[in-house]
Ligand binder design. Structure first.
Ligand code: ADP
Ligand code: ZN
Length: 339
């Protein structure tokens, strides 16, 4: 087990890498804690929850809603959870988002921690303190920025993770390599999903490296005024097609990264689009599809990152080197049309 500590503006977060799930009882007292998880994880890992008070949510993004948070709050009241109690989110990004948000508002805020169980949550969603729920089509419209007390990473939980969810997580890993880490990009080129899922040490190191990349970006800019925007690489176009075509998040982000690479060729002299496409394909992610550009552009105009008449787009000047560029909407529409 490796322990790191990171000091965010209002909270220091302890990271326990390569830790067994059972270590949780050293971090919080089961008598004064409640675990929040989802039905899939609970059923697959039942034994791990014995001795813990547990709230089990219906799985999936469709339940990342205020109604689910209200039901969590109702159960906390029934369990007599007080201000000194601790909430632990054990699950994918949906569970950690709901847990962090519920903990932020219950009794005006109680302490919480996470044990992420999906690759995506380990390298991305559980990190950075953004917690919230979707409202209709608007993703993460309501929520809070609050850091957990700890993050417990147990890579062995991934043994039960479905293949599609591994691929989803790798989209964010490729993103991290593209924006910040050329060496990671090269390492990824030498591996594939199976190579990591079969190699404990490599997997554990991959999770640690990516969790740290995200953490360092967030530390520079916790409340997203600059640096943190880089994490949106592939997400502008990605979010637009994710909603419109009902794609998995990772698939949408992969397609969004390809569009961002092509824009980078035109605007920043980027010349490595072929390598990015090759890597995405190596990890089972889509790189092309039949999308209505005009309709997608209309959805993109509604993106919450839009600033007046232009959009901050994350681009690459090289593998591992990213920047944001403000592109006027009419110019962006022409550029995308010409891709
Ligand atoms: P995210 O991709 O943001 O982590 P979810 O929280 O919806 O989103 O998790 C994705 C799916 O993977 C859900 O159906 C969840 O129940 C399932 N899941 C998460 N972790 C595991 C695991 N370790 N084993 C099996 N299924 C898991
Ligand atoms: Zn993402």
């Amino acid at each position: 087990m490796k322990k790191n500590k990171y000091a965010f503006s209002r909270q220091t977060v302890a990271y326990y890498f390569d830790a067994p799930f059972s270590y949780l009882k050293e971090l919080v007292d089961p008598a004064h804690s409640v675990i929040v998880t989802d039905r899939n994880i609970y059923d697959l890992h039942k034994k791990k929850f014995s001795g813990w008070k547990t709230i089990v949510l219906p799985p999936g993004e469709a339940f990342k809603t205020q109604a689910t948070v209200d039901s969590v709050i109702g159960q906390l009241i029934e369990m007599n959870v007080d201000r000194k109690s601790f909430l632990v989110g054990v699950g994918g990004g949906v569970v950690t988002d709901i847990t962090g948000y519920a903990a932020s508002v219950y009794m005006r805020g109680i302490r919480f921690g996470f044990a992420p169980t999906s690759l995506l949550a380990m390298v991305d969603a559980s990190i950075g303190g953004k917690n919230g729920v979707d409202v209709g089509l608007y993703k993460n419209l309501v929520g809070a920025i609050n850091q957990p007390d700890f993050l417990l990473f147990d890579p062995s939980l991934l043994k039960t993770l479905p293949e599609d969810e591994w691929v989803n997580g790798f989209a964010e890993i490729v993103k991290h390599a593209c924006i910040k880490d050329a060496r990671l990009f090269k390492e990824l080129e030498r591996h594939n999903v199976r190579a990591y899922s079969k190699n404990k040490e490599a997997l554990s190191e991959l999770i640690r490296r990516n969790a740290i990349i995200k953490t360092k970006v967030v530390l520079v800019d916790e409340f997203e005024s600059g640096e943190r925007k880089l994490l949106n690489f592939g997400h502008t176009w990605g979010h637009a097609i994710e909603n419109k075509y009902g794609l998995a998040h990772g698939q949408a982000v992969a397609l969004g990264m390809v569009v961002a690479c092509r824009l980078s060729e035109k605007l920043c002299g980027f010349s490595q689009t072929g390598r990015v496409i090759g890597l995405l394909e190596q990890y089972g992610l889509p790189t092309a599809g039949d999308f209505d550009k005009k309709a997608t552009f209309d959805a993109l105009k509604m993106d919450k990152k839009k600033v007046k008449t232009s959009m901050n787009y994350v681009l690459l000047s090289d593998i591992g080197k990213s920047l944001t560029k403000s592109i006027p909407m009419d110019e962006l529409e022409k550029l995308i049309d010409s891709l």
